[in-house]
Design a protein around this ligand. Sequence first.
Ligand SMILES: Cc1ncc(COP(=O)(O)O)c(C=O)c1O
Length: 397
Amino acid sequence: MSFVVPTGSTLIPDLRPEAREAPESGIVEVMNYGRLRQGLIPLWVGEGDLPTPAFIREAAARSLAAGETFYTWQRGIPELREALARYHERLYGQPFSPERFFVTGSGMQSLQIVVRMIAGPGDELIVPTPAWPNFVAAVSVGGATPVCVPMDYEQGRFTLDLGKLEAAITPRTRAMLINSPSNPTGWTATREEQEALLALSRKHGIWIVADEIYGRFVYDGAARAPSFHDIVAAEDRVIFVQTFSKNWAMTGWRIGWIEAPEAFGQVIENLIQYSTSGSPVFIQRGAVAALDEGEGFIAEQIARAAEGRRIVYEGLKATNRVSLAAPVGAFYQFFSVDGRDDSRALALELVDKANVGLAPGLAFGPGGEKGLRLCFARKASDLAEAVARLQKALAAV
Ligand SMILES: Cc1ncc(COP(=O)(O)O)c(C=O)c1O
């Protein structure tokens, strides 16, 4: 009897639709097109060019050398949860219990867990767009429905129309995913906007999933962006997803945290147990060092990003071919090129003509289609060169 082994592709229909239909990242398509080009300046992904500082790497290395290689607390080691509480106390000027913090394997995993906690099939989650693509994907892979609310756009600046946001709320709505400062637009909610969002959450009984991971990257001299921490009461439906990736240049470490009401401890612990069963202890030791000793490094990164922002904004503006506004927060310049509406084609073309890698706005959902995102968390000389190349290429596209 012959036994026919089906090829992989014939088995695909047997996969769960939410998994097989998960969208491919529109950023990765452009990266794959350009990643082997000699001399390409890569400004397409959301990370800087600095490696993690030595004091963080050394704390992790000491732990590894000491043999801290066993299973550990699902919620995170007590030392890290205490360090998180101290960090929050310093940043927000109020007391925090370590019991509010849950260590995860990244900001992305924090988002996955939070979405799984609050929404499932039949539920809707509102995402203002353009937005980090993983918000929409995490919701749909989890079986819930993302509802995109395009932000208003005028002369390079995005604004959130709270009336449109409220109009998108239905009896099925479970949450709003609010990313401020925003990747990719740099939009940063004011205190008044956050108060209005919180009022919507209270009025409709829906969650705010607050992603404030870029909250330290603001350019008006303030220590941080406005935060829901400034206005929430204990009984509010607000959960924070967070990461070590950006403030401490730890993108490759894969470590983040959730901040949620203490009472959710067992639920979150169980969801961590059934995904990673906890983050490696030596990675967590590095994270403790980052929180306790990292302020100097953060200040350096912000000063560097401020300079990068200036170079990119002024350089692109000088082309007279683009619409853009200097971003209020985060470390991305979002811009559109007059007369060019197809961001995918343009991003591919700029790989060829400028040898600069940008993310196509299309990847960020409704409202982003015509734009390009440039990450300026990079050394000034690279950015100056990238801008010079873009100036030349934009004169000809
Ligand atoms: C808005 C936003 N939230 C969360 C993350 C998650 O970061 P990570 O998974 O590296 O912790 C990112 C990463 O780019 C992001 O841009």
